[in-house]
Design a protein around this ligand. Structure first.
Ligand code: 3HC
Ligand code: NAI
Length: 692
């Protein structure tokens, strides 16, 4: 065995040279790895071996370029030099794939003459998710194997394709049994030598491109069909252009040049920087300084959910989906029946629904009217009405019923969890698990740490969140926690702006153009204006009151802030406009023209400022955690990183100056956070902040 460098070794198995890469955690193509590959292939080509296998140790094949290297000076051999060496090798090169071959990893594999994989392997070009395109020939080689349409879909979605599907598309030449990758790949290599198989160079395979030549409508149609999904993002368009170049360029190398240009445009732009930041933010959020990764988690084999309303049903589905049985308890039989029927309908409606799958999932659900049914649950999550007296009553009973060591969780949107925990004899077992609606769909989970929550309860919750496919962020107890507390700032300003003369559709348009999926007023219309509105008590004291009194309760009644046609398309409403203007006049003011800049600044800067307050109070561990909450839970455009990243890009000094200007004109809603003042005085950014 020859050690090529610290991450690469070369061994000889009969006639086959095996180059093994071992660079944890994911064998990313760092300078060291590129050097190992370059020197390793050079040695393997020079050796008497008749074929070469490239294989990786650890959890995965090469998962892509090393994202941490982006933006820095490049060292060692380039990826292109490595690829040229592999593709030009005078003997068959076989990539042996397990785990994931992603991005640059798949691009390396596509330069090998053949690819074998285990059934659990997945391949893909996910660069679009970090605002990039496959910049090492991926956009040129992929369509030469899978065809243009499939390539467009893969590079713009970043999907990971399972080995079997990859084999059907021609991306993988042979599937070998799980656990036998090395033997399988060596056997394939020997066969290639024995049968004198050709050294396939994907770059030379133009046949699959022919059918797309002279058909620009393929691209036009693809753009049109995905316009909504791609709105605001730069990377999907550049990915499409690069595949277009594969079809239209006169040679492979000309296409590659175009790919390079489009790649660099993204790499040096602000969107990819934000999306790369976000990639690491999401992983950073999993790290809790005083709860190390090896903190033992409590086993969760059975879950209880209290309340089968909007949230309880969705929460239960998360656990059933991964095979954990759930007991769901309600106060009345009809509420329980309704809740279970809604869950069933959700399963039946889901696209992948097969009747036996629905039945299997429903069989994991047990309904009951008795809280005693929770006695053997390892975790109980309550999702009953948002009232402190009810929550306290429920937790007193859970304390009496649940077994020792069971985790008692609340889904409260913002009540004080310390107070809830105080009625139990085991506050160390109490935690907030704040799901977002619809709870079976939304990715975000705010895990709320109360004063006395035990570390292993936090560790268990973080681990469980990952298992059910959520992105978890640990936050502290404060009204609204992190997400809703920041949202309250934007909502207040949106309402105030309207009372000064901006129309709801002006506010919505500005926030939509910024990149949010919808503005606050369109959102209210969608949710229903009558949530929390009580007809008997309504006295026309707010715009909402008047709208509800007129039965303009949102989309469901065909009108709310907006008017809706039969297809639910929104139109600005003269009725709403008159109501608003009447209110303004009644308040003794005149409506004024509010600029788009003012709308944006007044909605966003107080959010950033509130984020600073959250940080200084220690209610979030780091500023990037706040960004993860807002990107996942509230539709902050990921290509703008999140509110705190956005604040850092603007410069905390600019945020502070605006807050002061607004404070001078409009008062203490704009009082700058002490932390904001301090960061500016110290010349620092939110990302630099660490709570002592
Ligand atoms: N570069 C640098 N670090 C990476 C990385 C990469 N490409 N991919 C993963 N990591 C790091 C993570 O930051 C994490 O570090 P940490 O433990 O210190 O937090 C560690 O590897 C493990 O990652 P995950 O927690 O995400 O592990 P999972 O097992 O859940 O997922 C994965 C593994 C599916 C490979 C996932 O990490 C992933 O999707 N990685 C990114 C893949 C990607 O985007 N590849 C394309 C890169 S760009 C490119 O190749 C450009 C080329 O076209 C020129
Ligand atoms: P909901 O009104 O749809 O459901 C509550 C259910 O709890 C009802 O079915 C009710 O019959 C049942 N219930 C009430 N008291 C009970 C008791 N003592 N025992 C058993 N069941 C009881 O309410 P929703 O929207 O599901 O909210 C539940 C909790 O989730 C609240 O704390 C809310 O703040 C929180 N939440 C709500 C979100 C939303 O968007 N709806 C989002 C995040 C959190």
């Amino acid at each position: 065995m020859a050690e090529i460098n610290s991450v690469t070794t070369l061994t000889q198995e009969g006639d086959v040279a095996v180059l093994t890469l071992n660079s944890p955690p994911v064998n990313a193509l760092s300078a060291n790895v590129r050097e190992g590959l370059f020197e390793g292939f050079k040695a393997a080509i020079a050796s008497p071996a008749k074929a070469i296998v490239l294989i990786c140790e650890g959890r995965t094949f090469i998962a892509g370029a090393d994202i941490t290297e982006f933006g820095g000076a490049s060292k060692g051999p380039s990826l292109f030099e490595v690829q040229d060496m592999i593709e030009g090798a005078p003997k068959p090169v076989i990539a042996a794939i397990h785990g994931t071959a992603l991005g640059g990893g798949l691009e390396v594999a596509l330069c090998c003459h053949y690819r074998v994989a285990v059934p659990s392997a997945r391949v893909g070009l996910p660069e679009v998710n970090i605002g990039l395109l496959p910049g090492a020939g991926g956009t040129q080689r992929l369509p030469r194997i899978v065809g243009v349409e499939k390539a467009l879909e893969m590079v713009t979605s970043g999907q990971h394709v399972p080995a079997k599907a990859a084999a059907e598309m021609g991306l993988v030449d042979e599937i070998v049994p799980e656990g036998q990758l090395r033997e399988g790949a060596i056997a394939f290599a020997k066969k290639a030598v024995a049968e004198n198989k050709p050294l396939v160079k994907v770059r030379e395979n133009n046949a699959r491109l022919e059918s797309a030549r002279g058909h620009p409508e393929i691209f036009a149609n693809f753009r049109k069909a995905n316009a909504r999904k791609f709105r605001g993002f730069m990377a999907p368009e550049n990915n499409i252009k690069a595949v277009e170049a594969a079809v239209n360029a006169k040679s492979f190398d000309e296409g590659l040049g175009e790919e390079r240009k489009l790649f660099m445009e993204l790499m040096t732009g602000p969107q990819s920087a934000a999306q790369r930041y976000y990639f690491f933010a999401e992983r950073q959020a999993q790290k809790i300084p005083d709860v190390p990764d090896d903190t033992p988690a409590r086993p969760i084999k059975k879950v209880g959910v209290l309340g089968a309303g909007t949230m309880g049903g969705g929460i239960a589905m998360n656990f059933v989906n991964i095979g954990i049985p759930v007991t769901i308890v309600e106060v009345k039989q009809d509420a329980l029946d309704r809740g279970l029927a809604t869950i069933r309908k959700n399963y039946e409606r889901s696209r992948s629904a097969r009747p036996e799958e629905t039945e299997k999932r429903m069989s994991l659900l047990t309904g009951s009217l008795e809280m005693e049914a929770f006695a053997d649950c390892d975790l109980v999550i309550e999702a009953v009405f948002e009232r402190m007296d009810i929550k306290k009553d429920v937790f007193t009973r859970l304390d009496a019923i649940c077994k020792p060591g069971a985790i008692l969780a609340t889904n409260t949107s913002g009540l004080n969890i310390d107070e809830i925990a105080s009625v139990t004899s085991r506050p160390q077992d109490v935690i907030g698990l704040h799901f977002f609606s619809p709870a079976n769909v939304m990715k975000l989970l705010e895990i709320v740490r109360a004063d006395k929550t035990a570390k292993d309860v936090i560790a268990t919750s973080m681990k469980l969140a990952k298992q059910i496919g959520k992105v978890a962020v640990l936050v502290g107890v404060c009204p609204g926690f992190v997400g809703n507390r920041i949202l309250a700032q934007r909502q207040r300003e949106a309402q105030k702006l309207v009372m000064e003369g901006a129309m709801p559709w002006d506010v919505d348009r500005v926030l939509y153009d910024f990149g949010f999926p919808m503005g606050p007023f369109a959102m209210s219309d969608l949710a229903g204006l009558d949530i929390g509105w009580v007809k008997e008590k309504s006295k026309g004291e707010s715009i909402r009151d008047v709208l509800c009194e007129m039965d303009r309760r949102g989309q469901k009644t065909g009108a709310g802030y907006y008017d809706y046609d039969e297809n639910r398309n929104a139109k600005p409403s003269p009725v709403t406009e008159k109501i608003i203007n009447d209110f303004i006049v009644k308040s003794g003011r005149n409506p004024r023209k509010v600029s788009d800049d003012e709308i944006l600044e007044r909605c966003l800067y107080p959010m950033i400022n509130e984020g600073a307050k959250i940080l200084e109070e220690g209610k979030a561990i780091r500023s990037s955690d706040i960004d993860v909450v807002w990107v996942n839970g509230y539709g902050w455009p990921v290509y703008r990183g999140g509110p705190m990243y956005f604040g850092d890009q603007l410069g905390p000094d600019k945020v502070l100056a605006k807050m002061k200007e607004f404070q001078g004109k409009m008062g203490d809603d704009f009082r700058p956070a002490a932390l904001l003042e301090k960061l500016v005085a110290d010349g620092k950014k939110f990302a630099d902040f660490k709570k002592a």
